[in-house]
Structure formats: structure tokens, C-alpha cells
Design a protein around this ligand. Structure first.
Ligand SMILES: Cc1cc2nc3c(=O)[nH]c(=O)nc-3n(C[C@H](O)[C@H](O)[C@H](O)COP(=O)(O)OP(=O)(O)OC[C@H]3O[C@@H](n4cnc5c(N)ncnc54)[C@H](O)[C@@H]3O)c2cc1C
Length: 530
């Protein structure tokens, strides 16, 4: 394994006593099994160390990057502002119930999937128990219930039965989407093999990258009800079919058919904790409650990062998994202006969510036995989502009952129910005052999908966009980074050893894309100079 370079830290105003681990107010749900603390004397940063890479933030993007670097023997440290790793992968416990704070399900856990490959590189793949969802979900429209089968062929047959006149359109649509996804997949596998691969834009992707999803659907689909059914994932990106990027939507929809929709048994936190265990086992470090305040840019390169509690980490490469709207580069004089100028701050940010976490006693009978349900009060999703009026739409919402597939999340005979209400960026309300009333409103909505649940409520609480922002520092609680339109921005800061990963990077939003950005950054880094 490569050792860190022992260079003096060029900044001496650090009170090393502050590195003493203060313990967690909010304990991690499971906690990485190795409980190394950041105490003076044991920690490598207590001596003068230059890390191969400092990773700011432990969302799926940061952890994936750190995992690949650690597996390759690079000296890497992950600095996380929160009490536990994972960002939006976080789960939390209330009594005997486990709730996923944000993420419902992810792709990339199939045998060839990106997380499986990362876990294999760390030598710990067999430690993660996976639950594959079938159906992936069910979508409820007025007078129409559509089960989204895990196998694409079955789903296509189902759609053909529902819309027989559209047989050819349905087949052509999925052939076209499949070709686009082939390109995306080839870029992902290139990244594992050949680091240069991800820089070229394959032909089919190039063809559709300027299209909205509704334009893409328009290539083959005529029936507006069918178009709505095929757009049932748009709320996940928070945009109407007319505004959302075709590439982003196809990538989201097809990833679940190709790679499967999964939940780690015991909650998504398991995946984050396992990645941290793997990073540590390979000699890397993970430090919680280490918020990075400033990334220093000096002489055209990132040189070091400073944490809010006054610790400094010198690094050959800096990976930021943090929202670039954060002040990470701002307090750093003229040179940081170059980084800021390369960030597309004029592009809008994605929406957030108001999330209801409920536990109920007794059984549930979700439609089609699905653990993930999308409910829509109309077929015109452009009218519904452009703009979405939170808490005014009485019927539309996303709801999941993860205990349908993973009973370990609640005591026997009980269920966990999580409901999501989309909150567009810029929507303003006094969340602290309105929270309780809005939670009850969302509960009433959820009743329409799971009748009688209010009467069997054992626990309920809610997270507002402010809560999401507090736990992840995605400002406004942005769920998906930049708004995922075809005009999706490019980051051009020109700092050779600074890598933006996660959903604020160019690979787009969602856990899978975030992980891909992390792997890509790690591979580029190793090719460049490590
Ligand atoms: C309610 C909700 C539901 C979702 N459902 C799904 C889903 O079902 N499937 C899916 O694929 N995606 C889903 N998403 C989107 C997905 O969660 C995100 O796109 C993804 O997590 C982004 O990953 P990331 O790597 O950018 O890191 P994030 O998850 O955004 O985490 C960033 C991390 O960096 C840390 N950090 C930030 N600033 C600092 C700092 N200054 N110093 C140190 N650490 C810092 C944060 O604490 C956090 O741990 C959902 C999002 C939300 C909000």
C-alpha cells in the first residue's frame, strides 16, 4: 500500500486538541462496525500527513470515490459533517422501527452493478443482503392501476394489454430507450476498465441529449394516457415530462429494469456503513462531525481543506461531494473565484421533499402488493408538475411501505409507511410553524392509498426541506442537485486536482449516478497523477 507523504502542514494555527472525538448526539443507526475515533495520538492527521485524497462528504458519490481509492491502496480520508455516513442514504431508528430518511430504492446492486463492483473491490460484497423489488412499484391513475413489473418484457406485455393500439409505439419506445441506456451502461463499464472511456459521448446519447422526456416519448407514443403512465417517474426528478431531460428520465427508468430496483436489507444506511467499513479495512479513514469550511486553492491547485473545528488536511487531490453553493471555496481570496466562476450557479436547483415517517400496527394491503406506490389525480402530468403545488394537490403523492419487502424494519405485525410530498425549489413557507399541520395533511392523503392507517398509527413524524438541508447541507434540501433539464450544466472550474462528485456533478442525480461520478473521479485521479 502506498504511504502518505510526510510533508509539514503549511498552516500552524490548528489547535490539535480539537480533534478529540466528541461522540454523537445523533448516533448512526448501525454504525460502521469498526469504531475508530478521531482521538489525538492515534489519528494519522495528528502528525504531518499529506493524504492522496481528501473527500468532503460521505454521500454515495463521496463514499464510492473513497472506496475505489482505498481499494487501490491510496491514502484517503472522508470528512463528513454529519454524525453518520451516507447523506441521503441515511436511515434512522425510532424504538423498534427503522426508517429510510430519503431514498426509497436504488439500482446498482445486481451482480454486475456499480455498488456490487465497489463492494467486491473492497472484498465485502457478501456482507450486504439485498432485497429486489417486484413489482418495482405500482402507479395509480384515475380508473387505471398499472403494476410496474421488474422484468421489462412483462411490463411491456402489460402495457400492450392496456393499450393494444399502441403495441408498436410501446415496443419502439423501449427499443429506443434501451439503446440510449446501452450507451450509458457502456460509459459506466468503461469507467471501471478504461479511465478515458467516460469522456466521450456515445452516438445514441448524443442524439437525444437536447430532448425533453415528453419529446422523447413523442417519437413513438400517441396515447396521452399511456404517455402519462410512462412518465410516472417524473415526480422523482421533480419535473414535468415537458421539462425533464430525456437522458435523465430514461436513465432513471431503465436502470431499474436493467439493474433491478433494490433495497439493502435493514435500510439504506447498511450500504453506507458497509462502504465505510470497507474503506477503513483498506487503510482509509472516515471522520464524522468534520464539516469542511474551506477548500484552499493556491497556485492553481487545491492544496488543503480546513474544517469548521479548525483542523486542516493537506491533500494531493480534493474530492467534493458537497453542494457547491456552500461556502467551501468562497473565503479563499482571488484564486477561489476561478472555481466559483466554473460553477453554473445561474442554473436552477432541483426540488426538495416534505417526508412523513409513520409506523402502524396491523397489516397493510397496498395495491398489487407493491411496496412503492405513485398516486396521480390526473393524466396530464405537465399540468400537475409544472409547477407542482405542494399540499394543494389532494390526491397525488409517492408512498412506500418498505416492510412489505423487508419485515426486519418493524416488529412483527407492524409496518413502516413513508410518504413523500414534492416541494419545488423556491417554495416558501414557515416550515417550523407549519410542519405539524402539513404532516397531518399528508397523513390524510396517504389514507387514500392505505385506508384506515391513521387509526392504527403508532408513531409519526416529518422532515421538511429544512431538515433535509440540515442533515446533508444540500441547500433548500435539494433532492437531486441541479434541476435535471436538458440544459443540464457543465462544471468548468479548471482546477486539475479538484473533483466534484455526487448529484451536483455532471453525471446527474440519484444514487446510481452519484456513485458513478465517484468511481469516475477516482479512476481519473489515479490515471492523472497518483
Ligand atoms: C426524499 C428523497 C428521496 C429520494 N429517493 C431516491 C431514490 O429512491 N433513489 C435514488 O436513486 N435517489 C433518490 N433520491 C436522490 C438521491 O438521494 C441523491 O441524488 C443522492 O443521494 C445524491 O448523492 P450525493 O453523492 O450527491 O450525496 P448526498 O446524498 O447529497 O450527501 C452529501 C453528503 O456530503 C456531506 N456534506 C455536505 N457538505 C459538507 C461539508 N461542508 N463538510 C463535510 N461534509 C459535507 C453531507 O452531510 C452528506 O453526507 C432521493 C432524494 C430525496 C431527498
Amino acid at each position: 500500500m502506498r504511504q502518505p507523504h510526510h510533508l509539514p502542514i503549511p498552516w500552524t494555527g490548528v489547535d490539535r486538541r480539537r480533534t478529540v472525538h466528541r461522540g454523537g448526539v445523533l448516533p448512526s443507526l448501525h454504525g460502521p462496525s469498526s469504531s475508530r475515533s478521531a482521538s489525538v495520538g492515534r489519528s494519522p492527521w495528528g502528525t504531518a500527513v499529506t493524504w492522496d485524497a481528501v473527500v468532503v462528504g460521505s454521500g454515495p458519490g463521496g463514499l464510492s470515490c473513497a472506496a475505489i481509492l482505498a481499494a487501490e491502496g491510496r491514502k484517503v480520508v472522508v470528512l463528513e459533517q454529519g454524525a453518520s455516513p451516507g447523506g441521503y442514504l441515511a436511515s434512522f431508528r425510532r424504538g423498534r422501527y427503522i426508517f429510510d430518511a430519503a431514498v426509497d430504492c436504488i439500482a446498482g446492486l445486481d451482480p454486475g452493478g456499480i455498488f456490487t463492483r465497489i463492494l467486491k473491490e473492497l472484498g465485502i460484497d457478501e456482507k450486504l443482503q439485498r432485497i429486489r423489488l417486484d413489482p418495482i412499484r405500482v402507479s395509480l391513475f384515475p380508473g387505471l392501476t398499472v403494476r410496474v413489473d421488474a422484468r421489462l418484457e412483462e411490463y411491456i406485455e402489460r402495457l400492450v394489454r392496456l393499450f393494444p393500439a399502441e403495441r408498436k409505439g410501446i415496443e419502439d419506445h423501449f427499443r429506443r430507450a434501451g439503446e440510449m441506456y446501452d450507451d450509458l451502461e457502456s460509459m459506466t463499464s468503461d469507467v471501471f476498465g478504461e479511465p478515458d472511456g467516460a469522456t466521450r459521448l456515445p452516438a445514441v446519447l448524443g442524439l437525444y441529449r437536447d430532448l425533453s422526456y415528453s419529446e422523447f416519448l413523442g417519437c413513438d407514443i400517441r396515447d396521452r394516457r399511456l404517455a402519462a403512465v410512462l412518465s410516472d417517474r417524473c415526480p422523482f426528478l421533480g419535473l414535468s415530462p415537458r421539462r425533464v431531460s430525456a437522458v435523465r428520465m430514461v436513465s432513471l427508468v431503465m436502470s431499474y429494469f436493467r439493474s433491478g430496483a433494490f433495497r439493502p436489507a435493514g435500510g439504506h444506511q447498511r450500504l453506507a456503513d458497509l462502504l465505510v467499513d470497507g474503506i477503513r479495512n483498506k487503510g482509509g479513514e472516515f471522520l464524522s462531525r468534520k464539516a469542511v469550511k474551506t477548500i484552499f486553492v493556491e497556485g492553481g491547485r487545491c492544496t488543503r481543506v480546513l474544517t469548521e473545528d479548525g483542523d486542516e488536511f493537506t491533500a494531493r487531490h480534493v474530492v467534493s461531494n458537497a453542494d457547491p453553493h456552500e461556502t467551501l471555496y468562497r473565503r479563499n481570496g482571488d484564486e477561489s473565484q476561478r472555481v466559483l466562476a466554473g460553477m453554473p450557479f445561474d442554473h436552477r436547483v432541483s426540488p426538495s421533499f416534505f417526508v412523513l415517517y409513520a409506523a402502524i400496527s396491523g397489516g397493510v394491503s397496498p395495491p398489487e402488493g407493491a411496496s412503492s406506490i405513485g398516486a396521480f389525480d390526473r393524466f396530464d402530468l405537465d399540468a400537475l408538475l409544472n409547477p407542482y403545488l405542494p399540499f394543494r394537490e389532494t390526491e397525488s403523492l409517492g408512498i412506500s411501505v418498505p416492510t412489505v419487502t423487508d419485515p426486519s424494519l418493524a416488529p412483527e405485525g407492524h409496518h413502516v409507511v413513508i410518504a413523500h410530498e414534492l416541494v419545488p425549489a423556491g417554495f416558501s413557507v414557515d416550515w417550523n410553524r407549519a410542519k405539524d399541520a402539513l404532516a397531518k395533511q399528508l397523513l390524510r392523503k396517504a389514507e387514500r392509498v392505505l385506508p384506515g392507517m391513521s387509526a392504527r398509527l403508532v408513531h409519526f413524524e416529518a422532515a421538511t426541506p429544512l431538515t433535509l438541508a440540515r442533515y446533508t447541507r444540500n441547500h433548500g434540501g435539494a433532492a437531486f442537485g441541479w434541476e435535471q433539464t436538458p440544459e443540464f450544466p457543465r462544471l468548468r472550474h479548471g482546477i486539475p486536482n479538484l473533483y466534484q462528485v455526487g448529484h451536483w456533478s455532471e453525471t446527474g442525480s440519484g444514487v446510481l449516478a452519484a456513485a458513478w461520478s465517484g468511481v469516475r473521479a477516482a479512476k481519473r485521479m489515479m490515471k492523472d497523477t497518483l
